[in-house]
Design a binder for this molecule. Structure first.
Ligand code: SDX
Length: 420
């Protein structure tokens, strides 16, 4: 079959062009032949890149990292194994994984000056605001990170971020609690170290392997999600060739938003506000009147059940077997039951997303509601870094600089202040 093309005829001029179709897309720049641009606010139907990292089929509810179904990775893979897979494109061998774990282990310390930044925050500062500031500050400690054209430097910064992010995330928690900072221990694994730095009191913390594995599965499930808003931010900021600490801090900032990663916090606030199952019908009616959103529901890509939400519900069973069931779960299950039957939600293809059940689990693990998105960021970090690396290695990518349709005034002359 010949080259697939789209025939475009401009009825204003009668001009007709053949535009090549590849991978189900046309190049927007091909429209220049007709003096046209494409217009797609919020990129509802625009591919910004080719990527081999994560595959989502939103209608079928499929999610794969480098071809591996998320269900299998959640069951069998560690978080560092998943991070390696996202970076390298293949599952690590035993030797590779051992070396990767050891290299991360010896980079977990953070310059103690960072504790002074955290000490400067109010006691009630939002953890995501603190995380955002501290990650951006890391760029000032590693000026070599600016060498983004050097593959080995990029790899070293990836190691530093993967290793130090949990330390900073844990210190953010400690600052919020007014507790002394706990430093990394090299005798603990990646998850165990993070949990110990977070919850140790008086040199003691009794690890719960079931809860630690549950947290690890949640981090695996959050590790990447193709061109979501925060990844788009990391790619866009990274396209200016800034260092990866600054690019990742842009991802943290985007994730903070309640329509994105901040939704897991908003779900818990919503459940607490509803308070009792008997209030669910009235709440749903408010949603249907467009008075508010059903947080944790809906997705730009998934028009089916988010496969991660299904897996997170299963993790909840393991966690609640350890911690006792959060009474708010009953409200969440009733919200889901009603929404999956009600035409308002069914017609809009609104299903639970990754954020709907994760917050209930995080709360059962002992994390405060305003800390949930920090845990999302911890999980998403390998995805941001894998996408950043792919962007820099893609010969088609340039500095991200969209065009616009101008809707403002035509030329006009300045009016002196006395005449206004
Ligand atoms: C994440 O992109 C990713 O991959 C993100 C993520 C990842 O892993 O990176 O999956 C993580 O961010 C998950 C989403 C978390 N956000 C929330 O749970 C917040 C609540 N959800 C909505 O804000 C919304 O569903 C979005 C932002 C997630 C998606 O919004 P879209 O695709 O822009 O859809 P839309 O706003 O155009 O909604 C279409 C219709 C509208 O109704 P009408 O105007 O046509 O009448 O659906 C309605 C919306 O009002 N709608 C909702 C709703 N979500 C959409 N109505 C009630 N409750 C909701 N949650």
């Amino acid at each position: 079959m010949g080259e697939e093309t789209l025939s475009v005829r401009d009825n204003r001029t009668g001009e007709e062009v053949e535009i090549p179709i590849s991978d189900g897309t046309i190049r927007a720049t091909d429209l220049r032949q007709l003096g046209l641009m494409s217009y797609d606010p919020a990129f509802l139907n625009t591919a910004s890149t080719r990527s081999g990292i994560t595959y989502i089929d939103g209608d079928a509810g499929i999610l794969r990292y480098r071809g591996y179904p998320i269900e299998q990775l959640a069951e069998h893979a560690s978080f560092l194994e998943t991070a390696w897979l996202l970076f390298e494109g293949e599952l690590p061998t035993r030797e590779q994984l051992d070396a990767w774990e050891e290299e991360v282990r010896v980079h977990t310390y953070v310059h103690t000056n960072v504790t002074q930044f955290l000490d400067g925050f109010r006691h009630d500062a939002h953890p995501m605001g603190m995380l955002l500031g501290a990650i951006a500050a890391l760029s000032t400690f590693y000026p070599d990170a600016k060498e983004i054209g050097d593959a080995e430097s990029r790899r070293l910064q990836r190691v530093r971020l993967i290793a130090k992010f949990p330390t900073i995330a844990a210190w953010v928690f400690r600052h919020s609690r007014g507790l002394p900072y706990v430093f990394p221990r090299n005798d603990l694994g990646y998850i165990g170290n993070f949990v110990n730095m977070t919850f140790e009191i008086g040199g003691q913390h009794e690890p719960n392997p079931v809860l630690q594995r549950a947290l690890e599965i949640l981090l695996v499930l959050h590790a990447d999600h193709e061109q979501n808003a925060s990844t788009n931010a990391v790619r866009g900021v990274g396209s200016t060739q800034v260092d990866p600490f600054s690019a990742v801090s842009a991802g943290v900032a985007a994730l903070y938003g309640p329509l994105h990663g901040g939704a897991n916090e908003q779900v818990l606030r919503m459940l607490d506000e509803i308070g009792d199952v008997k209030n669910v019908p009235a709440f749903i009616e408010g949603v249907k009147k467009h008075e508010r959103l059903l947080m944790g529901f809906g997705h730009r890509v998934y028009k089916n059940y988010d496969p991660r939400a299904k897996l997170i519900k299963r993790v909840a069973d393991d966690v609640f077997a350890q911690t006792g069931v959060d009474p708010k779960l009953e409200i969440a299950l009733e919200l889901e039951r009603i929404a999956l039957e009600d035409d308002y939600f069914v017609s809009r293809k609104l299903y639970p997303n990754v954020d709907f059940y994760s917050g209930i689990i995080y709360r059962a693990m002992g994390y405060p509601t305003d800390y949930f998105t920090v845990l999302f960021a911890l999980g998403r970090l390998p995805g941001w870094l894998a996408q950043w690396e792919e962007m820099l290695s893609d010969s088609e990518q340039k500095i991200a600089r969209p065009r616009q349709v101008y809707t403002g005034y035509g030329e006009r002359d300045f009016v002196p202040l006395a005449n206004r």
